[in-house]
Write a protein that binds this ligand. Structure first.
Ligand code: AKG
Ligand code: FE2
Length: 315
């Protein structure tokens, strides 16, 4: 099934002339429209930065649980550490086999957005983490800006249509540790099938295989990536804006039977500010039907996070 997921080169957009930019934008949109996933090269993020992040995060997750727990407890796991047994896929009661740590935007004192999100939580035991993690965060955000600009170009929207939503957004970089899988997992997997809540997700190369997507005709296929490639997928927020024209494709991370080692992953969930209203863009209402009523990002996040065990249920 290799070849089903398109491989795109972002340099074609960044350095290309009008014709090449338009071609890139068309390939991006049709790739996402067909499978909800594309693979990106030429994104300009140095592999060395990614490897430095993994080495710092491995140190963090190898700390004693009692130490990691000191950095937990932020409402909804929005920032800092969330331990095993907390998050489960929507509709599942068994938690995924993972622990994770989330990082968001940092604002200077006095910035109007300073109090909008919980503050980042950094482990004092791994002092080198903050700088390489924030560098990766901003590098991934730059890639997201470019991809969403190409999206807007393809649909003849204002080029900063999506930028206006995600600037200072509720975007999250999530570092995940999936430990070696126990012999008998009773059907529990590293990450059960789910669609992402985000507008778009960027996944820099995970340290092991296991990611699979559900195709439109109901088959699970593995995603294979080469070193340095970024997997890009669209989430529920994009599906709402586009009336499902761009899907939020279901995916999962399977345990591999030979797994005696940990797996680490760094998904970057690109999300708008809380006050942004997710409403279907008129161009996607071709036959006049709108599948999803408008909802603020704040309300949508509360609703979705309550379904995966991270927030108490909301009305
Ligand atoms: O671990 C991965 O490769 C992907 C994780 C994922 O799908 C998620 O956290 O939403
Ligand atoms: Fe996901």
């Amino acid at each position: 099934m290799d070849g089903l997921i398109r491989v795109l080169d972002l340099e074609k957009y960044v350095f290309g002339q009008t014709k090449e930019r338009i071609e890139f934008a068309g390939d991006l949109v049709s790739g996402l429209q067909q499978t909800g996933f594309v693979i990106l090269e030429g994104h300009g993020i140095e592999r060395e930065l990614i490897l430095r992040n993994y080495s710092a995060w491995k140190k963090v997750f190898s700390l004693n649980t009692s130490v990691k727990e000191k950095y937990g407890g932020v409402v909804g796991g929005q920032r800092g550490y969330t331990g095993f047994g907390k998050e489960h896929a929507k509709g599942r009661s068994m938690a995924d086999l993972k622990e994770f740590w989330q990082i968001g935007h940092e604002f200077e004192t006095g910035h109007p957005m300073e109090l909008e999100y919980p503050r980042n939580v950094w482990p004092q035991e791994v002092p080198e983490l903050r700088s390489c993690c924030l560098t990766l965060f901003h590098s991934l955000e730059r890639v997201a800006f470019l991809l969403l600009e190409a999206f807007a170009l393809h649909f003849d929207l204002r080029l900063d249509f999506f930028h206006d939503m995600i600037r200072d957004g509720s975007t999250i970089l999530r570092a995940i540790h999936y430990p070696p899988v126990p012999q008998d997992t009773l059907g529990i997997v590293r990450a059960a099938e789910h669609a992402d809540i985000s507008l778009m997700t960027l996944l820099v190369e995970a340290t092991d295989t296991g990611l699979e997507i559900l195709t439109r005709d109901g088959h699970w296929i593995p995603i294979h990536t080469a070193p340095g490639q970024i997997v890009v997928n669209t989430g529920l927020m994009m599906a709402r804006l586009t009336n499902d024209f761009i899907p939020a494709t279901v995916h999962r991370v399977l345990n591999h039977h030979s797994n005696t080692s940990s797996r680490y992953a760094l998904p970057f969930f690109v999300q708008p500010r809380h006050d942004v209203i997710l409403r279907t863009v008129p161009l996607f209402m071709r036959d006049g039907t709108v599948k999803y009523p408008p909802i603020t990002v704040r309300r949508f996040l509360e609703h979705e996070l309550s379904h995966i065990g991270l927030l108490k249920s909301t009305k």
